[in-house]
Design a protein around this ligand. Sequence first.
Ligand SMILES: [Zn+2]
Length: 209
Amino acid sequence: MTDDTSGLTLVSWNGTRYRFDPGALCLEFLTTGGPGPVGRRYEALHLPGDLAGWLALSRLRLDPDRLEIDPEELSTARRLRDALWRLVCARTGGGPPTDDPADFAATPADLATLNQVAAGAPLAPELTAGGSRQWSLPARGGQALATIARDAIDLFTGPHAGRIRECGAHNCYLVFVDTSRPGQRRWCSMERCGNRHKVRSLRARRAAD
Ligand SMILES: [Zn+2]
């Protein structure tokens, strides 16, 4: 699992921007779309440049101009992401409502996809003079995908494997891993679902008074 403190800026349906740190690179990747008609509605990876742009915003923070991504790597990216969605839903027991439950049901093919992508050469880490880590560039899109797949295997087999959760808010299907010591994280983001919940319970308390 990558340990950088990081996160993504997402935009909700009403245009509000909020920070979402799912705690792991492989879970960040789930925000680019997903399987079936439900996932396709949120598809963000249409062109190789979309994947490069996303890798720049992700916790990998790669320079998109130094990434080489071909259409085959783009389709592998979507295949890996959809397999990850199903493997994650098998762990959370959740997933978005869908007309066809098979869209989010894991199969042995998903494991095969994950393992096949993980078997590729990953990004190479580099130590900077300042003592921090960066990723060696230029790199191929396939290397970034191998890094994401390996991150997922680390997550699924690591100390926080039992803490992969779907956001506790109704109608929110963002998935995070709770790496906090108390292990009581409930929301994708306090700015979004945490506050919505606070406002709602305050209103309910006032109504009861
Ligand atoms: Zn949420």
